[in-house]
Design a protein around this ligand. Structure first.
Ligand code: COA
Length: 180
């Protein structure tokens, strides 16, 4: 089973390595997501921006996600969608390349849906690179709709803001999935 647990401070070096491994292909494609090369300090700041879960496999961290309620203040300053009341935000979703395609990404997303609902959020948002068509398509299949474009300072790409109406979403009821 994919067993999620809350992140601990001692996870920060291993979590940073997981994020670097997961986002390497996006970096190689010229998309300088923060997680491509973020420092331990940035990892610490980002996990403290919300609730972070991790999963282990084979003795190392293999998956993670952070749910921020409300979204960070820099994001709320950039995005009307993020600034709306009762909005939760999905950040730093990552599955190690060795464990892709087993449903872990969806399970992490569904954990966030359940948690956001339980905490009274009405919508779940995210932002991802406009040029990453496969990610936007995945999010569309999960029920997210595109809302607006924003630009984070220092990024090589514009970001697509997407959100999901939690009242109407037919997700979030399944348990975590079996691991490969
Ligand atoms: C995006 C990511 C978290 C998905 O993790 P995953 O565990 O492979 O995801 P899942 O197995 O749940 O599959 C998610 C979807 O991608 C599809 N998918 C998985 N592997 C695929 C592959 N090799 N090729 C094409 N589609 C694939 C699945 O069909 C699934 O679609 P569905 O949910 O509509 O059925 C993972 O690839 C990752 O860490 N990528 C790098 C970081 C990143 O892009 N984060 C998200 C930023 S918005």
């Amino acid at each position: 089973m994919l067993q999620l647990r809350p992140v601990e401070v001692g996870d920060i070096p291993r979590l940073t390595r997981l994020l670097h491994a997961a986002y390497a292909e996006l970096g190689a494609a010229g998309l300088n997501f923060t997680a491509v090369d973020q420092s331990y300090e940035v990892t610490a700041r980002r996990i403290n921006s919300g609730s972070t879960w991790v999963a282990e496999a084979g003795g190392r961290l293999a998956a993670t996600v952070t749910l921020a309620i409300p979204p960070s203040s820099p994001l709320r300053a950039l995005s009307l969608t993020a600034a709306a009341p009762r909005t939760a935000w999905l950040n730093q979703l990552a599955v190690h390349p060795d464990h892709r395609g087993a449903g872990w990404g969806r399970a992490l997303f569904e954990r966030c849906v359940r948690e956001a609902r339980a905490r009274g959020a009405e919508r779940l948002g995210l932002d991802t690179a406009e040029p990453a068509e496969h990610l936007r398509a995945m999010c569309n299949r999960w029920g997210f709709e595109g809302r607006e474009s924003i630009h984070w300072e220092g990024k090589t790409y514009d970001s697509r803001v997407m959100s999901l109406d939690l009242a109407g979403a037919s997700v979030g009821t399944t348990a975590e999935v079996n691991s490969a």
